[in-house]
Design a protein around this ligand. Sequence first.
Ligand code: ADP
Length: 602
Amino acid sequence: MKFKRKLFVSYLLIVFIPFLAAELYISSVLESRLLQQTENHIFKEASLLKTIIEKEYKNSTPSYEINSLIRKMGRALGERITFINNRGTVLGDSEIAPEELKNIEDHSSRPEFIQAFRTSHGLAIRYSTTLKINMMYVAVKIAPQDKFLGVIRVAVPLIDVKKFIKQTEYGLFAAFLVCMALILILNIAASARLSKPVEEITRTAQEISRGNLQARVYTRTRDELETLGRSINLMASEIQKRVSEISEEKETLQAILRGMSDGVMVIDGDGKIALINRVLHDLFHGDVSATGKAPVEIIRNADFQDGVTQVLDTGKPFKMELPLTTADTERIFDITIVRLTHQDKTAGAVAVFHDITDLKRIEKVRRDFVANVSHELRTPLTSIKGYAETLCHGEIEDLSRAKSFARIILKHANRLSSLVNDLLSLSQLESQRTPLIKKEINVVQVLDTSISLVRPSAEAKQLTIKVDAPEKVLLMADKDQIGEGLVNLLDNAVKYTPKGGSVTVSVTDAADEVLVTVKDTGIGIPKEDQGRIFERFYRVDKNRSRHMGGTGLGLSIVKHIILAHGGRIWVESKLGKGSAFTFSLPKRKHENKFQEVLPLPA
Ligand code: ADP
């Protein structure tokens, strides 16, 4: 029921109940009171009449005289007075003409007569057939000196009492109607004053519950409703504050999850995925939502699922290393699963996927490097040790053998030294311990110097070295390093080109960069090895390289030098036809950053 209607019903009840009480009072108490009063009144009148009659007529009196006295009394009092003698005969009646008296029936059986005869007065209420209305009869015994002469009776029509009660009831009903009209007016006024703020409060509360936390109550009634309105406003702003705090926290969490390079999976208490972050989504999942699925549906590995179950059951953190096939490659993850708690109870688990593929690769590269270095060092050392021991055991006596052994020892020592030198420059380049000393250099001039260093060995193999370059190409670079790189490339071209071949070096001065190509007509490099020749110790033909005095580090060093200058290096080669190594050096300043060697251009 609406507040307005309730208010109306309350007002109605407030008015109706007293009216009902008044009505009940009137119908029950007032009637008997009024009858009592009427009885008392006419009893007093009858008693007075009795005194008068007893004084006037001490003995029996002629009926016509009594009759005239009674008529006088009736006129004076305005009531019906009757005198009935001791035999029940009506001797006088104020309402009946004297000539009619003889026709009146005997009154000795009237209850008020009998009662008055027996006691001293009698009362009766009954319907008067003469007057056709309810009448009250009060009779008083007339008995001077104990001689019963008759009774004097006063009769009052009860129509007045009834009329009075009816009038009072009508009055009450009219008052009730007036009150009702007032209530209606009051209700309209009260609606404006009371239900308007109540309705506003209700409307605002509903809006808040629908999610509009900006809704406010503006009621100013200076009463409890205003206090209620203020409390609702306070509650709404508190909720708003909490909601914005929660959404801020959520956004921070989302930002952390988004920004994390690790994959994150949150699992709820039922062992179902509550959320996964973008990294994990992109790695394993694609477009379908992971929420609500079992972890094993996304990470198809039983050990991982067991790990999640174990954490949820025992609360103990779980760690594992897992190779997983992601969207494009096979990657290795270090997975940590920990329990999520809420009020000391397990609320779920969170699994963090840390990609350790690169770490593993670096680890492997280092291991391989150590193994390679040891192997490369061991070969010449074994030879040196062997020949030195042989010399110690007497071969030194044989001078010609001793000389030959010493030459071998020297050769291996040189090899060791160049190996150590190459390793040293490689490690310096990698650790960037020796910073680049960049100055303006003429690349063509550096190239000429480098060619002059390899020319003797080229001439020994009857190789022609051609240069296709402008006179001057200026560039900011580390002269020594660029020189070292060029020597390495030229040295390889000479080493891997058979007698009578040629080596062509071209320099192109482009808009943003300088391109240098060292091209030979040598043995060429198989397609499958082209991507790996820049790796440390990688050689297409180990024996041939060693025989040529190579360390397998030359191209690695060149790659590092070029990358340190912000350039690129690549190779184009055809087996049996020759190879062309090209590097670029940017003309603009660049960040000194090491990168992987770029894939070969098509
Ligand atoms: P090395 O000291 O063995 O020459 P590098 O790092 O300089 O080591 O070269 C790695 C490998 O690349 C060589 O062993 C060789 O197989 C191949 N290579 C380099 N340059 C050439 C070239 N100009 N022609 C053919 N093969 C080459």
